[in-house]
Design a protein around this ligand. Structure first.
Ligand SMILES: Nc1nc2c(c(=O)[nH]1)N[C@H]1C(S)=C(S)[C@@H](COP(=O)(O)OP(=O)(O)OC[C@H]3O[C@@H](n4cnc5c(N)ncnc54)[C@H](O)[C@@H]3O)O[C@H]1N2
Ligand code: MOO
Length: 418
């Protein structure tokens, strides 16, 4: 068993990064169909395999004509061009009815909307067969109402950069370009567990002294948003032997094993801190990091006899501590592998005086809006409602004990944590 560590925030971040780097080495990419790609990140920058539009086409229902034929009286109307058809070349002196999205025939250089024609209705087949003429405005701009080939994107141009998180609009352009499947970054497989005999799954009845398990849901959502596939085991028993048995069973449940195991709770100085008790003899180091919330931490490669070694990160049990730990230590380590954008670190003006604990990086929650940070709740790490109402953290360094209203503070914008 190692003696407890005492680490700076940067030191622990490095330890988590090393652990995650080793665990996710060679994670690679997989190819998925577009319908399965929402929320996934592109593994490589994509070039357009063809131009959009693929050919010049009409922006309006109207007549395709040559501007040189306008102003010379009525034009003879030829067969209409529908969207989805090849367009025969247009002879000079003629006007071709053309529908929105139909290819511009060779020989035409403008489209006159039907509303500007006299009559303002297309001829039917019988009228066409009998010979039909149309009056059009005397002038039109060359290229009017023509959507030019490649005006949306030209073949070979970059469509989307590697790391783009695919959503409705980015998937839409890929589909429009005829790309049916894409290479996306693989999702690491994470086993997530909570500990504490006081915990009851949300929806369950509480007995005396019990509370609902917030961390499984909170951390699963955070990991999921970061691009992990999460398997939750709920709350493991606080007795060391039952905890160990359940952990073995949970580890064995992963078909191809887990890249990472995350726990919350049971790592501080309590008499029943089971995670620490069991895991400290099986490869995991525990100690404290100069940060509040999120002081107690553990990590290492779990070597439980009979199980494959696996990277293990133990977060503290208080929900705010667990989430702050995720944001400060784990998300940045996952970011490089999963191509996550870094959280913006901005300067903001503080709305009120605040005190801070010396010797620790204090992470306070609140709202960031238009360069202003408003703290919500206090420093305590059980304040879930204030966390839920927050969209940012301020990072108060270990040498600062007092902050005044109006002072500039470093603000990490996390949004809703997704
Ligand atoms: N004597 C000391 N006591 C404590 C210290 C210390 O240094 N000396 N550190 C405190 C700090 S800071 C933290 S953070 C917590 C961390 O404790 P654990 O990681 O051992 O977590 P637990 O004791 O299991 O739980 C702490 C707290 O959080 C609640 N909790 C736990 N899991 C969940 C969950 N899944 N959902 C909702 N709430 C959860 C639990 O009921 C406790 O109230 O230790 C301090 N103590
Ligand atoms: O370090 Mo703890 O997370 O303050 O409550």
């Amino acid at each position: 068993m190692n003696s407890p560590f005492r680490r700076s925030v940067a030191g622990h971040r490095d330890s988590i990064r090393e652990l995650v780097d080793a665990a996710l080495l060679g994670l690679g990419s997989e190819t998925v169909r577009l319908r399965e790609a929402r929320g996934r990140r592109l593994a490589a920058t994509l070039g357009a395999p063809r131009s959009l539009p693929p050919w010049d086409n009409s922006q309006m229902d109207g007549y395709a004509v040559h501007t040189g034929d306008l102003g010379n009286g009525r034009l003879r109307v030829v067969a209409p061009i529908a969207a989805g058809e090849a367009a025969p070349a247009l002879e000079r002196g003629n006007a071709a009815p053309i529908m929105t999205g139909a290819p511009i025939p060779a020989g035409a250089n403008t489209v006159i909307p039907i509303e500007a024609a006299v009559p303002d209705r297309f001829p039917d087949a019988a009228q066409l067969a009998a010979g039909f003429h149309v009056s059009l405005p005397a002038t039109a701009e060359d290229g009017a109402y023509i959507r030019v080939e490649g005006s949306d994107i030209a073949a070979g141009d970059t469509v989307l950069e590697a790391g783009t998180r695919l959503g409705p609009t980015t998937l839409g352009i890929l589909a429009g370009l005829g790309i049916g499947e894409v290479a996306v970054t693989r999702r690491p497989s994470v086993l997530l567990l909570s500990t504490g005999d006081e915990l009851v799954a949300p929806g369950g009845e509480l007995g005396p002294g019990q509370i609902h398990d917030a961390n499984t849901t909170l951390l699963a959502a955070a990991l999921d948003s970061a691009g992990c596939t999460v398997t939750t085991v709920g709350v493991l028993d606080d007795s060391p032997s039952l905890f160990t048995d359940s952990l073995r069973t949970a580890l064995a449940s992963g078909e191809r094993g887990y890249h990472l195991v995350i726990s919350s709770g049971g790592i501080s100085k309590g008499a029943f801190d089971v995670v620490k008790e069991v895991l400290a003899t099986n490869g995991i180091e525990f100690g404290s990091v100069a940060m509040q919330p999120g002081g107690p931490q553990g990590c290492g490669t779990l070597a439980l006899p009979g199980c494959d070694p696996v990277a293990f990160i133990a977060f503290p049990g208080n929900p705010v501590s667990a989430f702050v730990s995720f944001e400060i230590f784990l998300r940045p380590a996952l970011a490089e592998h999963l191509r996550l954008p870094a959280r913006p670190l901005l300067e903001a003006r503080l709305t009120e005086d605040m005190g801070s604990m010396p010797g620790k990086l204090q992470v306070r929650r609140g709202t960031y809006r238009d360069g202003i940070f408003t703290p919500l709740g206090g420093a305590s790490s059980h304040l879930l409602a204030a966390l839920a109402a927050s969209n940012a953290f301020i990072l108060i360094d270990e040498d600062t004990t007092e902050l005044a209203a109006g002072q500039t503070v470093q603000t990490l914008v996390i949004g809703d944590g997704s």
